[in-house]
Ligand binder design. Structure first.
Ligand code: PBG
Length: 335
């Protein structure tokens, strides 16, 4: 049997390489289970987001990590690209499609503080680092006394600001998923609950992107249905708010264990944390997929999946409309 070679483009950062490695391993196993011999070749790609020292807000946020990988896909330099879904603009990319969202790791944010302190235990006026307006707003809503410091850089650089020998901050806030993928969950002093720190839409979800219409063995099997439904609701909400990834907007979708309900919670906050709009809604799912049971075949899934994805999108759009009716655009700079 001849092996099919699949080229996966990846950014050079440790987080990107780890994420790509997870997907590459899962792809090789899924293809092998289907009786296909797949060799994965990793193609390194550099992006503006990796090169620049400017803050995310300065760079304009949306898409800085993504464009070079997408160009590589379109130029046929690679076959698949692995993105953090939360870094992907909500607008569809012409000529490309997201073919799989593997099972989500934790969606939540994590406080990494000196001396293992939790948020409530930080001293008055403590300096906490984050480059994210969403995290800043919610930190200030919980603890108005904190001094939130704008920071940038890869995960290790940011951790060093709070935990390194020359630390100048009391704590930093990072995505729990990124830390888990890097094997650095040991530095987490508190996983922040969504009623304190609503995560970014798509946080903790990986998106596997390809040229539209392409087909590589094993890739479709990487898709995790509850993850796709949650991500669809979160990202449709973000798109309907016309908000970018630098807007102070959080959202979290959760599929119930019986597969019958998709719950969506969302937060829109003012940048100084003094006003926080929080709402939730839910929709009914077909329960065609149940956690712990083997994944149905695509043929079995298609009709119910199309229906569930559509309901998830409607849930996100309706919750966004409700937030807009309640004054979301007056509270937060959405664009
Ligand atoms: N914007 C950078 C980024 N993009 C994805 C992750 C973490 C992993 C994820 O959310 O999937 C991070 C780092 C962070 O926010 O701490």
């Amino acid at each position: 049997m001849t092996a099919t070679t699949v080229r996966i483009g990846t950014r050079a950062s440790a987080l990107a390489r780890t994420q790509t490695g997870h997907v590459a391993d899962a792809l090789t196993s899924a293809a092998a289970a289907a009786g296909v011999d797949v060799r994965v070749k990793t193609v390194p790609v550099t992006t503006e987001g990796d090169r620049s020292r400017a803050s995310l807000a300065q760079l304009g946020g949306t898409g800085v990590f993504v464009t070079a990988l997408r160009d590589a896909l379109l130029a046929d330099v690679c076959d698949l690209a692995v993105h953090s879904l939360k870094d992907l603009p909500t607008a569809p990319a012409p000529g490309l499609e997201i073919v799989a969202t593997p099972e989500r790791v934790s969606p939540l944010d994590a406080l990494c503080a000196r001396d293992g302190l939790d948020l409530a235990g930080l001293p008055r006026g403590a300096r906490v680092g984050t480059g994210s307006p969403r995290r800043k707003a919610q930190l200030l809503a919980a603890r108005p006394d904190l001094e939130v410091v704008d920071i940038r850089g890869n995960v290790e650089t940011r951790l060093a600001r709070a935990l390194g020998a020359d630390a100048d901050l009391h704590a930093v806030v990072l995505a729990a998923a990124g830390l888990a993928r890097l094997g650095r969950s040991d530095v987490v002093s508190e996983v922040l609950a969504p009623d304190v720190m609503m995560p970014a839409p798509g946080q903790g979800v990986l998106a596997v992107e390809q040229r539209a219409g392409a087909s590589f063995p094993g890739v479709a099997a990487l898709d995790h249905i509850p993850t796709r439904l949650a991500a669809t609701a979160e990202r449709t909400l973000l798109a309907r708010l016309e908000a970018g990834c630098a807007a102070p907007v959080g959202a979290l979708g959760t599929v119930s264990d019986d597969g019958r309900t998709l719950e969506l919670q969302a937060v829109v906050a003012s940048l100084d944390g003094t006003r926080v709009l929080r709402h939730g809604a839910s929709s009914v799912c077909s329960a065609a997929w149940l956690p712990g049971e083997p994944r149905p075949t695509d043929e079995e899934l298609t009709a119910s999946l199309v229906h569930d994805v559509q309901s998830a999108a409607t849930l996100g759009a309706d919750l966004a409309d409700l937030l807009l009716d309640l004054g979301a655009a007056d509270i937060a700079p959405l664009r």
